[in-house]
Design a binder for this molecule. Structure first.
Ligand code: GAL
Length: 494
């Protein structure tokens, strides 16, 4: 099987890591608006900052056909053969469906304030639309109640890629009805859970489930559509987001805060000169004929329009749609979630784009899945996205893949995860201190889990999972993170 990695950048310049360790590359001349309240003096994070960890249903729940759950596109894709490392599946994964109590107890032991999880659409609506599955809904009732009992705030992602197979057979995201199916599903969740869940995210990383799912075909449902059909699927996904925000709010039992969680394709300016910062901004919001970029997925949702550059570039491939669609896509949001793992260093250039990539230095650090290490990404992405979209930012995912195992002393020592996360969190702090309103940080992930096409090879958890016995062992990083949470980030600086 050919190795499939998501197009995260494979490496970054060692200089950017060193600059971040030394306290960052400085700031552009124009400061962004001050955050409400700002960062307090000293090195703690702003009061009210939320510290959590994240997972996604297909990656942790297992119980793939238990208690009336319907199949998802991932249940089928993993069985195709040759799609996932060693042909592994998420059939059992971490068996979180049956072990959620133990997992919530672990979260409490670590000291998490919040837990970001997703609902499996076909677990609660086996055919994606129509009849609900009471036992599926009851699982999330139990999970939410257990979290609240432990004093942990649930942050609910409506959709993290496990699309109902029954709807895929009806055309999936290519079918315009998909926006209504998604709105009905989101409305069902809001009706049921909004009495207890205050934070909602509609969709995780459209770049991946639309782009990799429908253009490159590397992820479920594994489609390689013509560009125009892929754009149509993306249009329906954006429409679905807007309709879901409406449905969540319309059915909310209590005030809710609603966001969106795209991947951030991040760029770090090579220096603090205004020209390099402008280069990073242009790179961040460019729209190539591809899916790994930002503005296409966020401009319609926040600004109510497709980026002009993309409309021109895509030309005849653009879908035809009523202008009212853009108004539906653009719903008021309370925060913009960003999943930030790494970024590329760029500088100003005298070419048509106005920017170019700075080549990676020899020997620049790489994670176990060959992604680069660039803490500056988590300073610049929130800053640039906030400047463009004027929304508070939540880091909905950040973390690192390491080759962890249980040592002879029975513990799991993961110094690289601690080092990586320290570097990134110091940059989040610097962002807040410079006035970017970052509200929350969710570490990816709570548990080692089913890492999509990498199966159980890639471990991202703060808690080690033995996938044979399903035994959980908190890693050193779990205890370390507990201290970070308990000190509201101050321990990062001692
Ligand atoms: C994100 C994704 C997560 C997880 C993580 C680490 O793109 O949302 O589900 O897989 O990457 O690879």
């Amino acid at each position: 099987m050919t190795k499939v990695t998501r197009r995260r950048f494979m490496a970054t310049s060692a200089a950017s890591v060193a600059a971040a360790a030394a306290g960052g590359a400085g700031a552009e001349t124009r400061k962004p608006k001050a955050a409400a309240g700002g960062a307090p003096p000293g090195r703690a994070f702003p009061a009210g900052f939320t510290w959590g960890a994240a997972t996604a249903a297909y990656q942790v729940e297992g119980a793939w056909d238990a208690d009336g759950k319907g199949p998802s596109v991932w249940d089928v894709f993993t069985r195709r053969g040759g799609t996932v490392w060693r042909d592994q599946t998420g059939d059992v994964a971490c068996d979180h469906y049956h072990r959620y109590r133990e997992d919530v107890a672990l979260m409490k032991e670590i000291g998490l304030q919040a837990y970001r999880f997703s609902v499996s659409w076909p677990r609660v609506l086996p055919d994606g639309a129509g009849a609900t599955n009471p036992r599926g809904l009851e699982f999330y009732d139990r999970l939410i109640d257990e979290l609240l009992k432990a004093g942990i705030e649930p942050w609910l992602t409506v959709f993290h890629w496990d699309y109902p197979l029954a709807l895929q057979r009806r055309g999936g995201w290519r079918n315009r009805d998909s926006a209504e199916w998604f709105a009905d599903y989101a409305g069902l969740l809001s009706t049921r859970f909004s009495d207890r869940v205050g934070h909602w995210m509609t969709q995780n990383e459209p770049q991946v489930f639309i782009g990799m799912g429908h253009l490159s075909g590397q992820f479920a449902p594994g489609e390689k559509l013509a560009f125009a059909d892929y754009l149509l699927a993306a249009h329906h996904q954006l429409l679905a987001h807007g309709r879901a925000v409406q449905a969540i709010r319309a059915n909310a039992k209590k005030p809710v805060r609603v966001g969106y969680a795209p991947a951030s394709d991040s760029y770090v300016p090579a220096s603090d000169s205004p020209a390099d910062v402008e280069a990073a901004r242009r790179a961040t919001f460019r729209v190539p004929r591809d899916y790994w970029h930002n503005a296409w997925w966020i401009d319609p949702v926040v600004l109510g329009r497709y980026p002009e550059e993309g409309v021109k570039l895509y030309g005849a491939d653009m879908p035809a749609f009523p202008a009212s669609d853009l108004a539906v896509m653009r719903q008021p949001l309370d925060f913009l979630g960003l999943n930030v793992y790494n970024g590329r260093t760029v500088k100003a250039a005298a070419n048509a784009d106005g920017w170019e990539i700075v080549p990676e230095s020899l020997g620049s650090p790489l994670t176990a899945n060959d992604w680069g290490v660039s803490p500056g990404a988590i300073y610049w992405a929130p800053r640039l996205f906030h400047q463009r979209y004027d929304l508070p930012i939540a880091i909905t995912e950040n973390g690192v893949c390491c080759r962890d195992w249980v040592s002879l002393d029975g513990q799991v020592h993961d110094p690289q995860r601690i080092d990586f996360t320290t570097r990134y969190l110091r940059e989040v702090h610097r962002a807040t201190a410079d006035g970017t309103p970052v509200l929350a940080y969710f570490h990816w992930s709570l548990l080692d889990n089913f890492e999509w096409t990498q199966g159980f090879k890639d471990r991202f958890g703060m808690v080690f999972v033995d996938f044979t016995t399903l035994k959980r062992t908190p890693k050193d990083s779990a205890r370390w993170y507990g201290k970070v949470v308990a000190t509201n980030g101050a321990s990062l600086f001692v």
